[in-house]
Design a protein around this ligand. Structure first.
Ligand SMILES: [Zn+2]
Length: 244
């Protein structure tokens, strides 16, 4: 599964935005970032040379769901800035937390890949954990958060590590209060018990183990991520409260 970084060149000639995440400015040439989506996103705003006012802070700009965040002033005559944004919070803003096991209590599983072990996981998912279990095993939320994406209509399993194959995985994505994001991947078709926008508590059944997308057998791929300085996805180490 690959993440997208949206890259937009925004002409600031009219106030108002068409996208979920966008920039506009008020009459005093103060630039604002609007996040009208249901998830925290983090942005980088790049100005043309000499266009940024002195009150513009460099670096990453986190924008909670629904927030309008002041970017700073833009000098008169400067019409073009670029906006990049991605899902999640900057890595230095996320908090240590313990996680419940995402396999429901009483069901059998085997951890086949985890951080610190030899792994087929790519660098951007280096700390992901794979829980092998029978198809249909209930998956629970490992940490309380908001469901920000559900995709469970795929019935396809594939064996080539291509973008097309990764995209065949059914997934459920939960964003935690600190903006970090948990990915639950390879779910069984039509197994989701929750919808986009739902707040779910740790331990709530959310879906079932499946074998969709790029897999070598039925398992849950679980990964928690935040964003690095270039808005790249960074896999976080996860402490599970107990094994069962
Ligand atoms: Zn995996």
């Amino acid at each position: 599964m690959l993440h997208l970084i949206l890259t937009l060149a925004v002409q600031l000639t009219i106030p108002g935005c068409a996208d979920d995440v966008c920039l506009d400015r008020d009459s005093e040439h103060v630039l604002w970032l609007h996040n009208r989506s249901i998830e925290m996103r983090t942005a980088v705003v790049n100005f043309a040379p000499r266009c940024a006012g002195e009150d513009v802070l460099p670096g990453l700009l986190p924008a909670p769901a629904g927030a309008r965040v002041r970017v700073g002033s833009i000098r008169v005559g400067c019409e073009t800035v670029s906006l990049h944004h991605n899902r999640g919070a900057p890595i230095d803003q996320v908090q240590q937390s313990t996680y419940q096991l995402p396999i429901a209590r009483g069901y059998r599983y085997t951890i086949t890949q985890a951080s610190g072990k030899r792994t087929s996981h790519a660098r951007w998912e280096a700390n992901a954990t794979d829980f092998a279990a029978q198809i249909g095993t209930p998956i629970v939320a490992a940490r309380t958060g908001t469901v920000i994406e559900v995709r469970d209509t795929s019935t396809t399993r594939c064996r080539r590590p291509t973008r097309q194959c990764f995209d065949q995985a059914n997934i459920l994505v939960i964003q935690h209060d600190d903006g970090s994001v948990a990915y639950y991947v390879h779910l069984a078709p039509n197994s989701s018990r929750v919808s986009r926008g739902d707040v779910v508590r740790a331990g709530t059944v959310i879906a079932s183990v499946g074998n969709t997308g790029y897999t070598t057998g039925p398992h849950l791929h679980f990964d928690v991520v935040a964003l690095g300085p270039r808005l790249q996805r960074v896999s976080l180490p996860v402490d599970f409260a107990e094994e069962h």
